[in-house]
Design a protein around this ligand. Structure first.
Ligand code: URA
Length: 433
């Protein structure tokens, strides 16, 4: 088999065989295929696409490029959720304890933020003392005793994806459906959960900007999950405006803890209930409506809060911030952004808000960059609110006040105020089973 022939075959639009895909992925993971040939391959896939069979084979090759987790020591059924990445998306911090409080195990490996989207592990590490790097034994012990544990992605899991993702990032080949689907599902399948719920974001802050593209991505990922023998469901959810009101690591933890105490924005709460219900449903806890009621009760009764507190404690974090979210560390400086005119807030471009948070120090431009855990944005006005010129639109937080001017400019460019009252749309747009 020649690497050249595989690239040429894809470039000319033919479907690759499982043997060709395995040869390419394993060769690249072992360092036998150079980056320039892998880059040409990704570009050929970008333009010519892949069939569901090819995408499944590519996913399984990514999964098999490293270790698959062994959860035989975990008692009970395991469910996980994965979001394709958004702004202000802190749902895992609420969904995982809801589901675990109802007897379904959540052994979660999460990523760090890159670019304008955040990562669950960075958020959790903004809790003083919280440890997201645990041994496999500690991880499994906490899953068994508390029901949930959230750690950073092991470097031994799906190493081919690490190489492909870094390469795609610099060769303009990230936003390809087969490449995104295989990257996400390759890692999910290596983590070997029984049930997988996918939160496929759509809109300005998502990789997929239109409902059609998001639907296509969701269908491919659900198809791969099913072919690999996993119970899989996807929800397509709105990411035209940020989720909830807080963006940035310690701010998002504060918002998640506030919701666990029963106080939260409707869109954020609705999405947490919807995702939890899907995980419980796949795990066999009842009909979808029954699972929704169970999730709401866990949140309202404080069961999920207790489970989150137990998890934070087991992972070394300071539980006083769980008891009182206002104790989360805050930045040295803050700054108000004022409404430039009267009217309704008709659009809040999620990508723009994500970039503003990045400018304030909340995210990374490249892997390894240091982040300011306290940096971020509290949105005071959300879509549909009526504002007068000079009202507070948002509050910016950072330890570096020189960032405020640029972040404010981005926020103002990303906020549309008009005389027309906008239609609110639900956060969950479609369900793909
Ligand atoms: N998240 C991933 O893990 N991979 C992608 O390709 C896109 C988002």
């Amino acid at each position: 088999m020649r690497v050249y022939d595989i690239i040429k075959k894809k470039r000319d639009g033919s479907a690759l065989s499982k043997e060709e895909i395995d040869f390419f992925v394993s060769g690249y993971a072992r360092g036998e295929i150079p980056d320039y040939q892998a880059a040409a391959f990704c570009m050929a896939v970008y333009f010519k696409g892949m069939t569901l069979q090819e995408t499944t084979d590519f996913t399984l090759a990514i999964r098999d490029s490293g270790k698959t987790l062994d959860f035989s020591a975990v008692n009970g059924i395991r469910a996980d959720k994965h979001s394709t990445g958004g702004v202000g998306d802190k749902t895992s911090l609420v969904v995982a304890p809801i589901v675990a409080s109802l007897g379904v195990k959540v052994a979660k490996m999460s990523g760090r933020g890159l670019g304008h989207t955040g990562g669950t592990v960075d958020k959790l590490e903004s809790i003083p003392g919280f440890r997201a790097e645990l041994s496999e034994k500690e991880f499994i012990d906490i899953v068994n005793s508390v029901g949930v544990c959230i750690v950073g992605q092991s470097s031994e899991l799906a190493p081919a994806d690490k190489k492909f993702y870094a390469l795609r990032d610099v060769t303009a080949t990230v936003d390809s459906i087969p490449l995104i689907a295989s990257s996400i599902m390759g890692k999910k399948l290596a983590a070997d959960d029984d049930c997988i719920v996918l939160d496929v974001k759509t809109g300005s802050g998502a990789f997929m900007k239109t409902l059609e593209e998001s639907r296509a991505l969701a269908k491919v990922m659900v198809g791969i999950g099913k072919r690999a023998g996993k119970k899989t469901v996807a929800l397509i959810t709105d990411m035209n405006e940020p989720l909830g009101k807080y963006i940035g690591n310690s701010l998002e933890v504060r918002e998640a803890i506030k919701l666990l105490h029963g106080d939260g924005e409707q869109d954020f709460k609705d999405l947490c209930i919807a995702l939890s219900a899907e995980m419980l449903y796949l795990a066999g806890k009842g009909s979808l409506d029954e699972c929704k009621a169970l999730a709401k009760d866990s949140l309202a009764s404080g069961k999920a809060l207790k489970t989150f507190r137990d998890m934070v404690k087991a992972q070394g974090g300071d539980v006083s911030v769980v008891d009182d979210p206002w104790k989360m560390p805050e930045s040295k400086h803050f700054h108000y952004v004022l409404a430039p005119e009267n009217g309704y807030v008709t659009a809040l471009n999620a990508e723009g808000y994500g970039l503003a948070a990045l400018t304030l120090g909340a995210g990374r431009n490249k892997v390894g960059d240091k982040i300011d855990y306290t940096a971020g944005i509290v949105m005071i006005a959300k879509k549909g609110d009526l504002v007068e010129k000079g009202d507070w639109l948002a509050m910016l937080y950072s330890n570096d006040k020189t960032t405020f001017e640029k972040a404010e400019k981005i926020i103002l460019e990303s906020t549309e105020i008009t005389n027309d009252r906008p239609q609110k749309r639900p956060v969950v747009l479609e369900r793909i089973e």
